[in-house]
Design a protein. Structure first.
Lengths: 303, 333, 577
């Protein structure tokens, strides 16, 4: 007879499990919604994502289109150009929209990469323990002992600057902290009665990790993922300042910030735009992450 | 067990812990050095060409080869590493290719300014962070708490380069309250303590603003967790005043996670202030390291990488030790 | 943000001589032409000419003491004060002329360029050249001393010369002390006379020796027997220049103090402090906050105007003979056809691009050297902005528009990769990309993050398109850039240009000493290079200086190509009290 409760559709345990699962997430959502700041931030992020997604529709001009006429040089914001133009006559609003696409997708993809690797490594270490744990955690420790920013720098210097390389570099250099969080959670969960019971009835390793351990560890993972997006956006800005970020002519908030800073005193709106966008976005992610952390914590220890 | 034997056992356990950690740390340092070395060697970009530059237009290939040989760049990689390691163990980190001075000397010069800048900012962050964190935890969910949360998050969300230059624009150029950069006013008029403090205000503010949130949040979360514990409830039930409960019991225990965070912060002493150092023309290690990488100055990069790894490792070690010392549960084991 | 390697690149130096390029717009060599001398105008030059005895031929005869007298006659300032100068790149960490790490104020040279780029005597009071141009006899001033009091003699000069040429010494400019790869022999005839014996005549010898970063005299009594790379001398250098080394905090500042016993007359300034500030915004902020007296080596007009907006400051916009160019690898199938190259030139609106990137279209360049240089040929073919002409040229040559709106012919698609590195290169690239797209040529941009990688790309010889420049002060330098023997990896002919007539002319030009005879040679060379459109000149490199004239005096009105007052007359600048 199969041990998996799902293969027996009429089993009352299944209905119970289903209800418990659904309720858990709804619980989280209910708690999250109570945090007005987090909800407001989430709305802001949704608006930003939508704007980025519909950039081709919203943008008044081609973001890379150059117009060298003197009147288009550092034009102040106007109806035709809501955020003004830069020194090559490019529309700054269009660049902000397309820049949102680039910055947000780089940050999001980097987050996916780092979360995936981190979860893999952390859960393997936390679940199997022993020698596996020791080896993996020593590796993590070594990698964490390397100055992170230098690592990113060296990697970017090694590779031709491109959006893809940038994403990989940020993703591959930030998974270590995720792995530590995941490992701690997995170790805690593996020791619970719930998991011991699963082992006792013979649920195989893989299924145990995927079905039982990870969903319960999801909370901290999601929180870490959210915060890593914020970190990725700031890192992209820092790298662009060094000239190692998204290469021209493609816009990204980071290289827009760098460009704006070169004209800080003549055309301050050029730097205000990406500066505010980055700040607001990172802030929103921070609030959402904080809200999620509170929402996932069943004991509400931190409220 | 008698108390004497208990503490002896505890001391022995502590020593074993320290020894193991030290061994681990050395292993980590070794791996870090090999990794950095390999990474630098296989990065494209020839340091000789970079360092001599276009000026040496008519240098013959023979001359260039001589320079490469003189700098030891022709030997196989493991030989070069072995040489580096042997010298490093004796305290000689080699010669910087670009600056033509011993690496140890170059780094020693930059440590002072780095420590000053980042040390002061760290102390400020901790003091302010702990204060705000404790107050926030005690007054949780009040307007004060929300204001602190929002405020510290805002500081963390802004790109450092933006914050720094905005501060310079406002306070150094428009208002003329503080200088725009450098460590002291040059020439015969500068150099006093007041002058140095004046030059520190803007860079320290930039660094502190962006890092404050971490300390605040950690302290707040940690204190809240401790306040929810049973033994605090016991203390309250015993009739102890809120103040005593807070100061004697709760807060000290909440410091544990803050101390852990302190260990992780050591790395900022090297790399965290690169941008601030550039904007404010501060001769620190962060700037040194980044420029060394861009110039492929291998010995200098190795020196800075090893130094920062050393900081991270010792930070962690100290945090572990402090954790062990502070945690009453661990102490009695 | 390109960092501190800019100093190794484009253009001449400002007041600091570190790794820059020097320029001249007057003749070099012993036969000074009166006409060129009279062209010197303004400021110091006029004053020099006004003093009897100074003029053609006599310029080299005027001693250092005479210079001091002249300066003393026209100076109006009071001694004292500290001058703070800012430079956009890092200073050397150690100083030793023997390894090419000199400082223009601590160490002195045989000749120096004056504000109008005429080499005027410094330590070399006078010199004579033999009939066959292979023996130079240089007479040194009698009263020059080192900062430790010892007299500077011919033995110091010879020691410096010979040490620089030693195979195990890493002196990067050995070519300046050689002719065709063979060493020039130096010997001390007596305490104040040096004899140089050349294997063959060299038109560029004096120019090379005058460039401030190449040959400065090092003290034999302190450096003999020492390893130039590691000597303790390097962190406390002793020179013979107008300023003494006081202290240096790496990455922060360098302090020099007046050397009272300087043979050319003690400087008026008490202290000269240099602050290396690589970040433009940080430098601008410091200047606006009043922390800087003189800001040097600004490359574009836009930044210069921002500095000049500060009350009490005066900008000096100074073009140089160095021209920034858009390079095309002539050996690459994409650029092999001269019609393609010419079409590209017609497709670009250089005036608009220079106006956008540099700030002023006056500085559009037409040739491989700047208009102020004596060897400049104003009649080179100019490819005016005409995209329609570009398109029809390409059509007629058989470059038909193919897939993706990109032209192709015989299997070659007009699509290439351009690799910009420095800030202004990254500013040009998207503009050029857009112009070329309009005529059916695709340019892909791959930015290079740092100088080391750029060098590697240049040496590989495989780069299709880069940004590069040529000549600082001597037209003979064109040899390194356009002679067919100078292909990468050993040479700098990144254009991979090969033309046997140009080769021959370049060799001729290097041998010919007479300026009047050199001019037509280099004119023809420019005609040929631009005629084939081997390269596309963009703008004349600028070397702007912004001075707080409300606080600093003694800076004469700049003329000529490059201002080096502080360099040529460091004793003259003063701080207003």
């Amino acid at each position: 007879m199969s041990t998996d409760v799902r293969s027996r559709p009429d089993d009352p345990a299944r209905a119970l499990a289903r209800r418990a699962r659904r309720h858990f997430l709804l619980d989280v959502w209910a708690r999250f919604v109570r945090n007005r700041l987090a909800v407001a931030s989430l709305l802001v992020l949704v608006v930003l994502f939508l704007a980025a997604a519909f950039a081709p529709v919203i943008a008044p001009a081609d973001p890379n289109a150059i117009d060298l006429r003197p009147e288009m040089n550092l034009a102040t914001p106007s109806l035709a150009h809501p955020f003004g133009t830069d020194d090559s006559g490019r529309d700054w609003f269009a660049r902000a929209l397309y820049g949102a696409r680039v910055s947000l997708s780089v940050a999001f993809t980097a987050m996916v990469i780092s979360t995936t690797i981190g979860t893999l490594v952390g859960s393997t270490a936390g679940y199997f323990g022993g020698a596996v744990d020791t080896v993996l955690m020593r590796l993590v420790e070594v990698l964490l002992s390397l100055p992170l920013f230098f690592l990113i720098l060296i990697a970017q210097a090694l590779l031709t600057p491109s959006i893809l390389n940038l994403t990989w570099v940020i993703g591959v250099t930030t998974w270590m902290n995720v792995s530590r969080i995941v490992r701690a959670e997995v170790m805690a969960i593996s020791a619970t009665d719930y998991l011991q019971a699963a082992e006792a009835i013979g649920v195989p390793h893989g299924r145990r990790i995927l079905r039982h351990v990870l969903p319960n560890a999801a909370g901290p993972i999601i929180v870490a993922a959210t915060l890593s997006i914020a970190y990725a956006i700031l890192t992209e800005a820092a790298l662009s300042y060094l000239g190692l970020g998204v290469p021209l002519p493609d816009p990204s908030w980071g290289n827009m910030l760098q460009k704006g800073l070169t004209r800080l005193q003549e055309a301050p709106w050029l730097v205000l735009c990406p500066g505010l966008l980055i700040s607001v976005t990172v802030l929103a992610f921070n609030f959402v992450g904080d809200g999620l952390r509170d929402a996932f914590d069943p004991l509400m220890k931190h409220r | 067990m008698e108390p004497g034997v208990k503490s002896l056992l505890a001391a022995a356990a502590m020593q074993r812990l320290v020894a193991i950690r030290l061994l681990h740390s050395l292993l980590v340092l070794l791996i870090v050095s090999i990794g950095s070395f390999a990474l630098m060697r296989y990065t494209p970009g020839d340091p000789v060409a970079a360092l001599i530059g276009q000026q040496a237009r008519l240098m013959s290939p023979e001359d260039l080869a001589v320079i490469r040989r003189n700098l030891g760049l022709d030997d196989p990689v493991h030989v070069q590493y072995g040489l580096w390691l042997r010298n490093a163990l004796q305290g000689d980190l080699g010669y910087s290719l670009g600056l033509k001075r011993p690496v140890t000397g170059v780094i020693a010069e930059r440590i002072g300014p780095s420590f000053t800048l980042i040390g002061i900012s760290l102390v400020l962050s901790i003091v302010l962070g702990v204060s705000f964190g404790v107050l926030s935890a005690v007054r949780r969910n009040t307007a004060f708490d929300h204001a602190v949360t929002v405020g510290s998050f805002i500081g963390n969300s802004m790109p450092q380069v933006w914050v720094g230059l905005m501060l310079v624009f406002l306070f150094a150029i428009k208002l003329r309250w503080f200088p725009a950069g450098g460590m002291v006013t040059l020439g015969s008029s500068g150099g006093g303590l007041g002058d140095r403090l004046e030059h520190l205000v803007l860079p320290v503010t930039t660094l502190t603003l962006t890092n404050l949130v971490v300390w605040t949040r950690y302290q707040r979360a940690s204190l809240l967790e401790v306040l929810g514990q049973d033994y605090i409830r016991v203390a309250r039930a015993k009739g102890l005043g809120e103040r005593t409960v807070l100061l004697r019991h709760a807060w000290r225990n909440s410091l544990l996670s803050v101390v852990t965070l302190l260990g992780n912060s050591f790395v900022f002493l090297v790399e965290g202030a690169y941008i601030v150092e550039t904007i404010f023309s501060w001769p620190g290690l962060g700037r040194l390291g980044v420029e060394a990488i861009l110039k492929r100055d291998y010995p200098l990069v190795m020196g800075v990488a090893i130094l920062s790894s050393l900081f991270i490792i010792s930070g962690n070690l100290l945090a572990d030790l402090a954790y062990g010392a502070l945690n009453p549960r661990l102490r009695s084991r | 943000m390109t960092t501190t390697d800019d100093d190794r690149e484009a253009g001449p130096t400002g007041p600091r001589g570190r790794l820059g390029r020097d320029l001249t717009d007057a003749g070099l060599g012993p036969a000074f032409d009166r006409r060129q001398v009279i062209r010197l105008a303004g400021g110091l030059g006029a004053a020099l000419m006004a003093v009897p005895g100074l003029g053609s031929g006599a310029a080299q005869a005027a001693g250092g003491n005479r210079m001091a007298a002249v300066y003393a006659a026209i100076q109006e300032g009071q001694p004292g004060g500290t001058l703070i100068a800012a430079i956009p790149f890092d200073l050397w960490s150690i100083y030793n002329p023997l390894i090419g790490q000199s400082d223009a104020f601590i160490f002195d040279q045989l000749w120096r360029f004056d504000p109008n780029l005429v080499p005027i005597p410094r330590l070399a009071e006078s010199y004579e050249v033999s009939e066959d141009r292979t023996v130079y006899t240089i007479r040194l001033v009698q009263n020059a001393t080192w900062h430790d009091g010892q007299p500077l003699t011919a033995h110091d000069v010879v020691f410096t010369w010979q040490t620089m040429l030693k195979p195990d010494v890493n002196f990067p400019y050995k070519f300046a002390l050689q002719v065709n790869g063979q060493d020039i022999q130096a010997e001390a005839v007596d305490d104040h006379t040096v004899k140089l014996t050349l294997p063959a005549p060299s038109a560029a010898l004096i120019a090379h020796l005058t460039a401030p970063w190449i040959f400065s005299v090092a003290p034999k009594h302190l450096l003999e027997g020492e390893d130039p790379e590691t000597s303790s001398f390097n962190t406390q250098p002793i020179g013979s220049g107008p300023f003494k080394f006081e202290e240096q905090v790496d990455g922060d500042h360098q302090t020099l103090v007046r050397y009272d016993a300087y043979f050319g007359g003690a400087p008026l300034l008490d202290e000269l402090i240099t602050r290396p500030i690589t970040d433009l915004q940080a430098r601008l902020a410091a200047f606006q906050a009043g922390e800087i007296d003189v800001n040097t080596r600004e490359e574009d007009v836009i930044a210069t105007e921002q500095f000049a907006a500060t009350e009490g400051s005066t900008p000096y916009i100074l073009p140089t003979p160095y021209v920034q160019q858009f390079t095309m690898n002539n050996a690459d199938p994409v650029f092999a056809d001269p019609i393609v190259r010419k079409a590209i030139a017609h497709a670009l609106d250089r005036a608009a691009m220079v106006r956008t990137v540099v700030g002023d279209e006056t500085y559009v360049a037409l040739s491989v050297m700047g208009p102020g240089h004596w060897a400049y040929n104003p009649d080179v073919p100019a490819y005016e902005f005409d995209p329609e002409k570009a398109k029809s040229m390409l059509d007629q040559a058989g470059w038909a528009v193919g897939s993706g709106s990109i032209r192709e012919k015989d299997g070659v698609r007009l699509s290439f990769v351009n690799q910009p590195w420095r800030d202004f290169e990254r500013n040009y690239a998207p503009l050029i990309q857009q112009y070329l797209k309009a005529v059916g040529i695709e340019m892909k941009i791959e930015t290079v993050p740092d100088y080391a990688t750029v060098q590697e790309i240049r040496q590989s010889g495989k780069a299709q398109s880069l940004f590069f420049g040529s000549i600082d002060y001597e037209p003979g330098e064109l040899h390194q850039y356009f002679h067919s023997s100078q292909m990468p990896p050993t040479g700098l002919n990144l254009w991979q240009y090969s033309n046997s007539e140009v080769d021959q002319l370049l060799e001729e030009g290097n041998q010919e000493i007479d300026v009047e005879k050199r001019k037509p040679i280099y004119a023809r060379i420019q005609e040929l290079i631009l005629g084939e459109c081997a390269t596309i000149p963009l703008h004349v490199h600028l070397n702007n200086v912004i001075v707080r004239t409300d606080r600093v005096g003694g800076y004469p009105e700049p003329t000529g190509n490059w201002l080096g007052v502080l360099l040529a007359a460091p004793t003259q600048v003063y701080k207003k009290q």
